[in-house]
Design a binder for this molecule. Structure first.
Ligand SMILES: *Cc1c(COP(=O)(O)O)cnc(C)c1O
Length: 380
């Protein structure tokens, strides 16, 4: 070109990517929304436009698929977007079985959004296989499980319930957010879909919102992928990068968190101010044997405690803790505690005296001392 480019043109051209041939060890963040074509109009690889596909997203999707032992994973901008995609893959008129103590936002999503789209549902106690069989209808196309459930830590027999679903030509989806593939692989137990809020343990540092859906079946994969790309609730490259970074330490974090949780649960179970500890790793949990069978490598880092006391006393104890931040959410490196009923609102069936605990990676001696202190201060 004869003409010397002007300032504005130089500003664009001089900042384009000149180093795409180098191979950084840490994954760069690919903020580009679009990818250059070759001279013949073709593309060098799968990357065309970032809503459809993006290197940071592909890395996370491939990683989660392998970890969950699935063929395909699709990342979403939140756990709720991932869950919505599964509901959107159904057809109008379908019936769904949902756990009676399902994550409260999913209940709202169903009741306030999807019922208008002519999906119907029944909320069932998913610890009871006979009840599931009785409630299933000819048009039931999906059984949804959360095991353990939130916040009561009830377990569902995934293998048995997936079998019931299949006998009815329905599919079984498991929200595996609370355990991660380190402790539970629902696809290995016969489930057809696994969903995650990657906001929690995958991210692991309470600094990103994300979700994903993992499937084996090619038809189902095609449907979910279409919804992901066309509805467009896709995660940003930086969010994917954070989740990818989180995955690198997922195993170390959750192993330590689960170990801490078991020790804390055992301590709290013997404390006179505690009415009950809900944790599948305790022998006192009604489904401890199922937990040992289905969560082969550990019991997870979530537990709930029932305080001997009123709602006010329960909330007060949570504010006396120094190392457990009073906040919603879970799965980060820092311990959190939450009076669950206040978050869930007036229709919540959660007991007034329940505190939900997400155990972090701090030293267990400090965590136990913190509870000892908070529970003794309540007398003052
Ligand atoms: C947090 C959570 C969700 C929702 O995920 P978001 O990332 O907040 O949209 C769904 N299911 C479970 C079990 C969760 O803990």
């Amino acid at each position: 070109m004869k003409q010397k480019p002007k300032f504005e043109t130089i500003a664009i051209k001089s900042t384009e990517n000149k180093y795409s041939d180098s191979v950084p060890v840490s994954v760069p963040i690919y903020l580009s929304s679009t990818y250059k074509r070759c001279n013949d109009g073709s593309y060098m690889n799968d990357f065309v436009y970032s809503r459809t596909n993006n290197p940071n997203r592909s890395i996370v999707e491939e990683s989660i698929a392998i970890l969950e032992n699935g063929k395909h994973a699709y990342a979403f901008s939140s756990g709720m977007a991932a869950i919505s995609a599964v509901f959107q893959s159904l057809k109008a008129g379908d019936h769904i079985l949902l756990p009676d103590d399902i994550y409260f936002a999913v209940r709202k999503l169903m009741d306030e959004v999807f019922k208008r789209w002519n999906l119907s549902c029944d909320y069932v106690d998913m610890t009871d296989c006979e009840l599931i069989k009785k409630t299933i209808k000819p048009n039931t196309s999906l059984i949804w499980l959360e095991s353990p459930s939130n916040p009561q830590l009830k377990l569902s027999d995934i293998e048995a319930i997936a079998e019931i679903a299949h006998q009815n030509k329905a599919i079984c989806a498991v929200d595996n957010t609370w355990l991660t593939p380190v402790f539970q692989n629902p696809l290995n137990l016969g489930a057809d879909i696994v969903v995650h809020s990657t906001t929690k343990y995958f991210g692991g540092h309470s600094d990103v919102i994300g979700g994903c859906v993992v499937v084996n079946d090619e038809l189902l994969a095609e449907k979910i992928k279409n919804i992901q790309i066309l509805s467009g609730a896709v995660p940003a490259p930086f969010d994917c990068w954070l989740i990818g970074r989180g995955i690198q330490t997922l195993y170390l974090r959750v192993k330590k968190q689960s170990k801490n949780a078991l020790k804390l649960a055992k301590y709290l179970e013997n404390h006179p101010k505690i009415e009950k500890v809900l944790y599948p790793g305790l022998k006192s949990h009604p489904q401890h044997l199922l937990a040992k069978k289905q969560q082969k490598k550990g019991f997870g880092a979530m537990l709930s405690v029932l305080i001997k006391g009123t709602e006010e006393e329960t909330i007060k104890i949570s504010t006396k803790l120094a190392y457990f931040t009073t906040a919603t959410s879970l799965g980060g490196v820092e311990s959190l505690v939450e009076h669950r009923k206040s978050v869930e609102g007036i229709n919540s069936e959660t007991p007034n005296n329940l505190l939900r605990i997400s155990v972090g990676i701090e030293h267990i001696d400090d965590l136990i001392a913190d509870w000892e202190n908070a529970l003794s201060m309540n007398n003052e």
